[in-house]
Design a protein around this ligand. Structure first.
Ligand SMILES: [Zn+2]
Ligand SMILES: [Zn+2]
Length: 449
């Protein structure tokens, strides 16, 4: 690859005014829809990839802490322009027989109203006389919602292993080893490896995502570096205690991502780490942890579990909390980004990267009292995760100079990030994150061997 200075990379004029409305219309049709949009349109089966919108982390009544029936949740996501949804309740798959007390009369009435008397199976709890309902399995309600090339439901679960791990497309429940050597680090590593082993033995597509590393400040960047089989993490989690942006002392998930990438890729065999955005929704009636806050846009021709997971593993997706893209690609050493702009909204596109030979020296992170913060991500050089180029245009590009370990795209919009259920601001701006890219001559561009 011929070396070219990144500073020669520049915002292009690929969106002249005459094309802007064409792109806007195209984007509305193909680049995913805002959270307030209606049911997704069906797309014919072709070999042409398109963007599919999906949420990879959702809780329901099957968990102890989700507050709606999975059928109502599937309906919400389908009604709001999503194409796929993964159910990831805590330590349980939506299969087998499961009874639950109705939380109140209103839930009982609503469930019957939405899905009919025949669908709602009840019994009286012998112990306390309360009315119980049998939760319908995913296989039972899947036919009510799934449509080819339009809407897909994926089985998964969230495994508590000190930190939390979301496993997608599982058909058996994996049990974490909480006594694994290495404490929390060892338990998370054990779960990630168990998911990979399950995949190898079953031949079924599946993988693990480290959920909300900064929730209770459970997982540091160093843990993610050392769990070298970990290939996905949540750069954005919609839970109000996800601490995505860190705090005055502790690193944001965005910063942790660069530390992991710089450390791993300085090693010749180091694996990329991909970042997803997910709701981790628990509350569907206006609570603090609602749906529609963060999602992924996956570039794939087919809407099947295998095709979606395969595209995710190829890094052919972006994470977003509202910024929508028409295009994000790399060819011939140039990354190209085209935002699907909203009228009156400004965007800052940053090409973030780390150069070869970067100093990986680090020190403990100290709190306001000057004392080391236990378990916090350590403090590293600001050359890790440097902004290599910045653009305020809807279309921009960056050409590798050849000495980058990786380059990734981060887009921040001037528009508030708003909860689509409560219409309240979530306190941040809408963002999007592209996946780290490397020059293909240096290493495989994706996580596959
Ligand atoms: Zn969790
Ligand atoms: Zn969760």
């Amino acid at each position: 690859m011929k070396a070219q200075s990144p500073y020669l990379a520049h915002s292009t004029t690929c969106c002249p005014h005459v094309w802007i409305w064409v792109i806007v219309l195209f984007s509305l049709a193909f680049a995913g829809l805002p959270a307030s949009a209606g049911e997704p349109a069906s797309s014919p089966v072709t070999d042409t990839p398109r963007w599919w919108r999906g949420n990879l982390h959702t809780h329901t009544f099957w968990s102890s802490d989700g507050d709606a029936f999975p059928e109502s949740i599937a309906q919400w996501y389908k009604d709001h322009g999503y194409n796929f949804l993964a159910f990831t309740d805590h330590g349980i798959l939506l299969q087998g027989e499961q009874w639950k007390n109705f939380p109140n009369q209103q839930a009982r009435t609503e469930y019957r109203k939405l899905f009919g008397d025949e669908w709602v199976q009840t019994r009286t709890n012998n112990h306390d006389g309360r009315i119980q309902v049998r939760l319908r399995t995913l296989e039972e309600f899947r036919p009510m919602f799934e449509e080819p090339q339009k809407f897909l439901l994926i089985m998964g679960n969230e495994i508590s292993a000190g930190g939390h791990v979301v496993a997608l497309n599982q058909d058996v429940l994996l049990v974490p080893d909480r006594a694994a050597p290495g404490g929390r680090y060892g338990s998370i590593r054990d779960v990630v490896n168990k998911v990979d082993a399950c995949r190898a033995s079953s031949g079924r597509s599946m993988f693990a995502i480290l959920a909300h590393p900064n929730y209770t400040w459970a997982v540091s960047a160093e843990m993610m570096i050392d769990i070298e089989t970990l290939r996905f993490f949540e750069v954005y989690n919609g839970h109000p205690r996800g601490n995505n942006d860190g705090d005055a002392h502790r690193a944001s998930t965005d910063r942790m991502w660069d530390i992991v990438l710089a450390s791993r890729l300085s090693n010749k065999n180091g694996k990329l780490l991909y970042g997803v955005a997910a709701d981790d929704a628990h509350n569907y009636h206006g609570g603090s942890c609602g749906p529609g806050r963060g999602w992924v846009m996956v570039n794939s021709a087919q809407l099947t579990p295998e095709a979606i997971l395969d595209a995710l593993e190829q890094g052919d997706f972006y994470a977003t909390t509202g910024v929508m893209l028409r295009k994000m690609s790399q060819s011939s050493g140039t990354i190209r980004v085209e935002i699907a702009p909203q009228e009156g909204v400004q965007y800052i596109t940053e090409y973030v990267g780390t150069r070869r030979g970067v100093d990986l020296a680090n020190t403990p992170t100290l709190g306001a009292d000057g004392q080391k913060i236990p378990n916090a991500t350590r403090t590293y050089s600001r050359s890790i995760g440097d902004v290599l180029f910045r653009s305020t245009n809807a279309c921009s590009r960056y050409t590798f100079s050849g000495d980058e370990l990786y380059v990734r795209v981060r887009i921040t919009s001037s528009a508030d990030h708003v909860d689509p259920v409560t219409a309240q601001s979530l306190g941040d701006k809408q963002r999007a994150w592209g996946q780290p890219m490397v020059l293909s001559e240096h290493r495989s561009p994706n996580n596959k061997e």
